[in-house]
Design a protein around this ligand. Structure first.
Ligand code: FES
Length: 343
C-alpha cells in the first residue's frame, strides 16, 4: 500500500510506500529535496504539511522546535505518511544546487594540527568538476570503511580538497585517518551536502562560531566572505577545551593583518591555567559581547551541545532564525545515544 504525497515543488506526486519517509522516497526517486543528516538532527528537510496525516519518528528539538511543530512544520526525513498528503519543503533564502558528484581522490598531504586533529588534503582524480558552496560537507569513504561526513575547509574552486578530522574516542574511522592513512591512499568523496552554506546575498556583518573541527566549514566561509568583500565585519569565535586543542590560530592572525575587519576571539572551556585566552563557553562569551545581532548573519559549526546552546543564546539577542545557519557534528556515538534515548 502506498500514499500519494503532493510536494508543492514537484509536478507529479510521490508514491510513498507505507512505513517509508517522504524524504527517502523523494531521494530514491531521484528528486531534489533539501536534506542533511537524514536522521532528524539538522532541520535541513523542514517542510510544511498542508493536509494529510503523518507520523514523525523521534527527532532533535534543535531540528524542529515545539513552536515550529505547532505551526504545522514537519521534518521530511522523519515523516511517515498515514494518508495522502500535501507538503512543501521550505525554500532556502538563497538556493544553491550543485550536482552531486562521486569523486575518486588521492591523499596528497597529511598534517597533524593538534594531538588529535589531522588535516587531510585530497586531489580529485576522476568524477569532477566538484562545485560546492563554502560551509557544505561531503561523505568520505576511506579504504572501504563506512562513510563519514566531513566539511570542506578549502574554498570552492581550490585544486585540493581540505578536511579536518579529529580522532574521536572509540571512533574507528577517525582513528584510522589519524593513525594509518598515508599520502597516496585512494579516498572516495560523495557530495556536496548541507544547507549551512555561505549566503552571497547578505552584505551585513558576519558572526562565525566554530567549536573544535567546526573550524573547517567556518574557515571556508570566512575565506569566501573575505574574497567577496574584504571590508565586511566578521567576528570569528573559536571554542575549544584548552590550548593544545587550538589550531590555525596563527593562520587567522595573519589573515587579520590583511583584513582588519576580521576579529578573532578564542574561548577555552576547560583551561585552568592559561591566562592567554578567555575562559568559559562560547554561548556566554557571545551573550557578553553582543546586545543585538538583528542584522547579523551567523554561521555555526561544531558539537551539537555547543550549537544548541549558542542558538538559544543568539535568539535572545535578536538573531532571526533565517539568519542563523548551523551545522551540528553528530558523531556515531551521539547518534547511538539519541537512538537509545528515543527508544
Ligand atoms: S535531513 Fe531531516 S533533520 Fe536533517
Amino acid at each position: 500500500m502506498s500514499f500519494a504525497v503532493n510536494v508543492k515543488q514537484y509536478k507529479t506526486p510521490l508514491n510513498v510506500e507505507m512505513g517509508d519517509t517522504i524524504l527517502q522516497t523523494a531521494l530514491n526517486s531521484g528528486r531534489e529535496y533539501p536534506h542533511g543528516c537524514q536522521s532528524g538532527n539538522c532541520g535541513a528537510c523542514k517542510s510544511r504539511l498542508y493536509s494529510g496525516d503523518i507520523q514523525m519518528s523521534p527527532y532533535s528539538e534543535y531540528a524542529l522546535t515545539q513552536e515550529e511543530k505547532d505551526s504545522g512544520l514537519i521534518l521530511a526525513c522523519r515523516a511517515v505518511p498515514w494518508s495522502d498528503c500535501e507538503v512543501a519543503y521550505l525554500e532556502q533564502d538563497e538556493i544553491v544546487a550543485h550536482p552531486l558528484r562521486n569523486l575518486n581522490c588521492v591523499v596528497t598531504d597529511l598534517e597533524r594540527m593538534t594531538h588529535d586533529v589531522t588535516r587531510v588534503k585530497l586531489l580529485i582524480k576522476t568524477g569532477g568538476p566538484f562545485d560546492f558552496s563554502a560551509g557544505q560537507y561531503s561523505q568520505i569513504t576511506f579504504q572501504g570503511l563506512p562513510p563519514r561526513d566531513y566539511s570542506m575547509a578549502n574554498q570552492p574552486g581550490n585544486k585540493l580538497l581540505e578536511f579536518h578530522i579529529r580522532e574521536i574516542s572509540g571512533g574507528k574511522i577517525s582513528a584510522f585517518v589519524n593513525k594509518n592513512l598515508k599520502v597516496g591512499d585512494a579516498v572516495k568523496v560523495k557530495g556536496p551536502y548541507g544547507i549551512s552554506y555561505y549566503r552571497n546575498n547578505h552584505t551585513g556583518p558576519i558572526l562565525a562560531i566554530a567549536g573544535s573541527t567546526g573550524l573547517a566549514p567556518i574557515k571556508s566561509i570566512i575565506e569566501e566572505a573575505l574574497k567577496q568583500n574584504a571590508k565586511r565585519k566578521i567576528y570569528l569565535y573559536i571554542g575549544v577545551r584548552d590550548i593544545p586543542d587550538l589550531y590555525l590560530v596563527e593562520y587567522f592572525k595573519r589573515l587579520i593583518k590583511h583584513h582588519t575587519a576580521l576579529s578573532l576571539n578564542i574561548i577555552l572551556s576547560e583551561s585552568k591555567e592559561s591566562n592567554k585566552y578567555r575562559k568559559g563557553y562560547l554561548a556566554d562569551a557571545i551573550a557578553n559581547d553582543f546586545d543585538n545581532l538583528n542584522q547579523t548573519k551567523v554561521y555555526l559549526a561544531g558539537p551539537p551541545i555547543m550549537v544548541e546552546t549558542c542558538i538559544n543564546q543568539l535568539r535572545k539577542i535578536g538573531v532571526r532564525d533565517e539568519n542563523c545557519h548551523a551545522d551540528a557534528f553528530y558523531t556515531e556515538a551521539d547518534k547511538a545515544l539519541m537512538a537509545e534515548k528515543y527508544e
